[in-house]
Ligand binder design. Structure first.
Ligand code: URA
Length: 222
């Protein structure tokens, strides 16, 4: 008996699929899809409206990497256009970085979510999904060839460094290097939006501004 594939954007009942985790199988990781829309390296595409590729200057010296698209990005198909993107835009402006000069992408290109009532709530991608999507991130790095990458949050940092144990706090103090590439780590904009007090929010926001300013000047001087 054959089962019909669920329509894109419909919830898929993974519990009925044997020997397949929600992140996909080992064989899926061997696939080398030609396009992001055709990507089946993990199973997140099933519940997503759009795959969300990176956007921005293809010759940018500065690349920003987030975690994964959110609800708005999933609907529109562009990175950082929702509330986290609005915060990111204000931080970039304060740091003196024009968004059109940078390349913005995510570690994972499909929105991972769970339904709560009528809302699609963000779920943090698992290591297998990050690993599956490193295929696309590595391609973007090879094509754009930035001098500096800003990792926005721990998932982005681990994806860029290919190190699942990398600690955000440690790298916020000490940028990493991969050959010539410098990796500056800072908070994810959603962390700033969710901060428990206005003081904590302001402090995290100021750290983001400093990190972006620093990354921008490093990219200009290299
Ligand atoms: N959060 C991210 O990490 N990336 C987006 O594109 C939007 C929200």
């Amino acid at each position: 008996m054959t089962s019909r594939a669920p329509e894109r954007g419909q919830r898929h009942d993974v519990s009925r699929t044997s020997k397949r985790t929600s992140a996909g199988t080992q064989a899926d990781l061997q696939q080398e899809p030609e396009s992001l829309d055709a990507c089946r390296r993990c199973t997140l595409w099933r519940d997503a409206t759009h795959a969300v590729p990176g956007a921005g200057s293809s010759h940018a010296t500065l690349m920003l990497v987030g975690e994964q698209p959110g609800d708005s990005e999933d609907r529109v198909g562009l990175p950082f256009v929702g509330p986290a993107g609005v915060l990111l835009d204000t931080v970039l402006e304060e740091a003196g970085v024009a968004r059109k000069t940078v390349y913005v992408t995510n570690a994972v290109k499909h929105f991972k979510w769970e339904l709560r009532g009528k809302r699609r709530l963000h779920k943090t991608p698992g290591q297998r999904e990050v690993e599956a999507c490193a295929y696309w991130l590595d391609r973007e790095l090879a094509q754009v060839k930035p001098k500096v990458v800003v990792a926005l949050g721990a998932t982005a940092l681990r994806a860029v460094l290919h190190d699942p144990s990398a600690r955000l706090n440690a790298h916020m103090e000490h940028p990493a290097r991969i050959g010539e590439l410098v990796v500056v780590a800072t908070w994810h904009p959603s962390y700033v939006l969710r901060a428990s007090s206005s003081e904590a929010r302001e402090a995290a926001r100021a750290q983001m501004v400093d990190a972006l300013r620093h990354a921008h000047s490093l990219a200009a001087s290299r």
